[in-house]
Design a protein around this ligand. Structure first.
Ligand SMILES: *[C@@H]1O[C@H](CO)[C@@H](O)[C@H](O)[C@H]1NC(C)=O
Ligand SMILES: *[C@@H]1O[C@H](CO)[C@@H](O)[C@H](O)[C@H]1NC(C)=O
Ligand SMILES: *[C@@H]1O[C@H](CO)[C@@H](O)[C@H](O)[C@H]1NC(C)=O
Ligand SMILES: *[C@@H]1O[C@H](CO)[C@@H](O)[C@H](O)[C@H]1NC(C)=O
Ligand SMILES: *[C@@H]1O[C@H](CO)[C@@H](O)[C@H](O)[C@H]1NC(C)=O
Ligand SMILES: CC(=O)N[C@H]1CO[C@H](CO)[C@@H](O)[C@@H]1O
Length: 458
C-alpha cells in the first residue's frame, strides 16, 4: 500500500474516530445526567463498547469516586519555580529571585491557572475535601497525570525586556524551555504509555506551548482561547476552556440597582488587537451617549480602580469580543455583577456545560451593535425586573470565576477535566487496538461502533 493511500486511510480513520468519540461522548453525557436524576439504580448503556477493564465504567458513573491525579513532583524546577526566578531577575529584583525556591512569589497576571493548580495539588489532602480529584503518590494508581509547567509565565518572561537594559543576564528562551519540557516528558514511561492522552497541561496564554503543540496535542489542554489554537491541536471535546483571572475587585454587595446609575460601562483598549474595528466603531457610536461611559485606557493600577468603580456602579458592561475569546473584561463584569453585553459572532466561553450564559449576559452580533443608537435603545428597554434576574443569576455563578474561592475556578476546572476521563479511556483503548491490528484496512470506526460483529481483535 503506498504512502499516500495510507495517509488518506489514516485521515479517514481519524475523522471517523473523532465523529464516533463525539457522538459517544454526547450519548454518555445524556445517559449520565439522566441516570443521576434517578439515584436508585445506575443505568449502564449496554449497547456501547465493553468497558476497557471491568471496573473502568464504574469509576466514571459513580460520582462518589474521585478521579486520581498524579502530580509530576519530580519535574525539574526550571519548568516551575525556575521560570518565576527568571521573571524576577528580568524585572530587576535579583534578591527576590535568590530567595528560596518555594518562597518565590508567582507574579500575578491574567493567566495564572498554572499556579493555582499546583498550589491546589500540593495542599495537604485534608484541606482538599470537596475537590473532584484526589492526588495519588503512586503513578500506577493514577487516572490522570498533571504536568505543572508554568507555560504562560514562560512566554511572558521571554517577552520581558530586562529592567536595566543589560544584556548581561542570560536571555530566557521560551521555545528552548518548551523543547526541553517535551524531551523530559517523552522520557517518561507514563507519557509514552498512552501517547500523553491521560496527561493534563495548562496553556492558557494563546502562545503558550506554541513551539511543541504538535507533540503535546494528545493531552487534555486547559486553554482560554480555543479560537486561537489550531483545530487539529485542540477541541471542545478533548480540552477545557478556562477563565482568565479577573483583574478588578469583586462586588460583594447584593442584587439591586440603587447604586448602579450608569447604563453602560466600558474601559479598555480602543484598538484591541484582532477586534480593533469593532472596538473602534463601538467607541464612535457610544462615546457621546448619555448614561454611557466609554474610556480608552491601559490596565494600569489607577485605571484598575477606576474600572472597578465603573463596573460596580453600572447596570451593563460592554465586552467587545469580536471573534476572539472572552477577554478578562467579561470576567471582571461577572464578578462585578454588571450584566455583560457581549458583542461577538462566535465565541467559546468557559464551563458552558454548567453555566447558561443567556441567563447572565446579553449577546449582540457585531453588525447590529455598531448601528447608531441600537445598543442604548435596546438596553434602556430592558426592564428593572429583568436586570435583577440577571444579577441574581450572576451572584450564583460568580464563584466559578473566583480562583480564590474554595469551591471556585480550581474545583470546576478539575471537575471538567474529570468528566473527560471516559472519553480518554475510549481513545486510549482505540489506540491500543490500532497498534495490534494487522488487517489490510484498519477501520477504527468499528472499534467505537456499537455493532461488534465485524471486529477483528488480535
Ligand atoms: C475491580 O474492583 C475490585 C474492588 O474494588 C478489585 O478487587 C478488583 O481487583 C478490580 N478489578 C480490576 C480488573 O481492576
Ligand atoms: C542588570 O541586572 C542584572 C540582573 O539583576 C545584573 O546582573 C546586571 O549587573 C545589571 N546591569 C547593570 C548595568 O546594572
Ligand atoms: C422593547 O421591549 C418590548 C418587550 O419587552 C419589545 O416588544 C419591543 O420591541 C422592544 N423595543 C425595542 C426598541 O427594542
Ligand atoms: C461545589 O460546587 C459544586 C458544583 O459546582 C456543587 O455541586 C457542590 O455542592 C459545591 N460544594 C460546596 C461545598 O459548596
Ligand atoms: C453488524 O455488522 C455485521 C457485519 O459487518 C452486519 O452483517 C450486520 O448487519 C450488522 N448489524 C447491524 C444491526 O447493523
Ligand atoms: C480614566 C483613567 O484613569 N485613565 C488613565 C489610564 O491610564 C493612562 C496611562 O496608563 C492614563 O493616561 C489615563 O488617564
Amino acid at each position: 500500500m503506498n504512502k499516500k493511500r495510507r495517509t488518506w486511510l489514516l485521515n479517514q480513520t481519524l475523522t471517523a474516530m473523532l465523529f464516533f468519540v463525539l457522538s459517544i461522548y454526547i450519548f454518555f453525557t445524556t445517559i449520565q445526567s439522566w441516570a443521576s436524576s434517578k439515584p436508585t439504580k445506575p443505568i449502564r448503556p449496554n449497547i456501547l463498547l465493553p468497558p476497557i477493564s471491568p471496573n473502568a465504567s464504574s469509576s466514571s458513573s459513580s460520582s462518589s469516586v474521585r478521579v486520581k491525579v498524579y502530580l509530576y513532583d519530580d519535574l525539574p524546577t526550571k519548568f516551575t519555580y525556575g521560570v518565576v526566578e527568571h521573571f524576577w531577575t528580568a524585572h530587576g529584583f535579583a534578591d527576590v529571585a535568590k530567595s528560596t525556591l518555594q518562597k518565590l512569589k508567582y507574579p500575578s497576571h491574567q493567566h495564572s491557572l498554572e499556579w493555582h493548580l499546583l498550589l491546589d495539588l500540593t495542599r495537604p489532602e485534608n484541606e482538599r475535601t470537596g475537590s473532584p480529584v484526589v492526588r495519588v503518590m503512586d503513578p500506577n494508581e493514577a487516572d490522570l497525570f498533571y504536568v505543572p509547567f508554568f507555560s504562560s509565565l514562560s512566554w511572558v518572561v521571554s517577552r520581558t525586556h530586562f529592567a536595566n537594559g543589560s544584556d548581561q543576564v542570560k536571555k530566557y528562551s521560551d521555545s528552548e524551555t518548551q523543547e526541553e519540557l517535551v524531551m523530559w516528558l517523552e522520557g517518561q514511561e507514563y507519557w509514552r504509555r498512552n501517547k500523553g492522552r491521560d496527561h493534563v497541561l495548562v496553556c492558557q496564554n494563546p502562545n503558550a506551548l506554541n513551539r511543541v503543540m504538535d507533540r503535546v496535542k494528545n493531552a487534555v489542554l486547559l486553554v482560554s482561547d480555543l479560537g486561537r489554537v489550531r483545530p487539529d491541536h485542540s477541541s471542545l471535546v478533548k480540552d477545557v476552556v478556562v477563565p482568565d483571572s479577573h483583574r478588578i475587585s469583586a462586588y460583594n454587595g447584593d442584587v439591586g440597582l440603587e447604586d448602579r446609575k450608569t447604563l453602560l460601562f466600558f474601559m479598555g483598549n480602543r484598538f484591541r488587537k484582532g477586534v480593533g474595528e469593532v472596538s473602534e466603531f463601538l467607541f464612535q457610536v457610544l462615546e457621546n451617549e448619555e448614561d454611557v461611559i466609554m474610556k480608552h485606557g491601559a490596565p494600569s493600577q489607577t485605571n484598575q480602580s477606576f474600572a472597578s468603580q465603573g463596573m460596580h456602579l453600572s447596570k451593563f458592561c460592554l465586552d467587545p469580543a469580536g471573534s476572539m475569546s472572552a477577554s478578562c473584561r467579561l470576567f471582571d463584569a461577572i464578578v462585578s455583577m454588571c450584566v455583560p453585553v457581549i458583542v461577538s459572532d462566535i465565541i467559546e466561553l468557559p464551563f458552558e456545560n454548567v453555566i447558561d450564559y443567556r441567563k447572565i449576559a446579553i449577546f449582540v452580533d457585531s453588525t447590529s451593535a455598531v448601528k447608531q443608537g441600537f445598543l442604548v435603545t435596546m438596553l434602556k428597554n430592558v426592564t428593572t425586573e429583568r436586570i435583577l434576574e440577571y444579577q441574581r443569576e450572576l451572584k450564583l455563578v460568580k464563584r466559578y470565576f473566583e480562583y480564590k474561592d474554595p469551591n471556585g475556578t480550581v474545583n470546576e476546572v478539575w471537575r471538567q477535566v474529570s468528566q473527560k476521563l471516559p472519553l480518554i479511556k475510549l481513545m486510549i483503548s482505540c489506540d491500543r487496538r490500532l497498534a495490534t491490528t494487522h488487517v489490510s484496512e484498519p477501520d477504527c470506526s468499528a472499534c467505537l461502533c456499537s455493532n461488534q460483529s465485524g471486529i477483528v481483535t488480535t
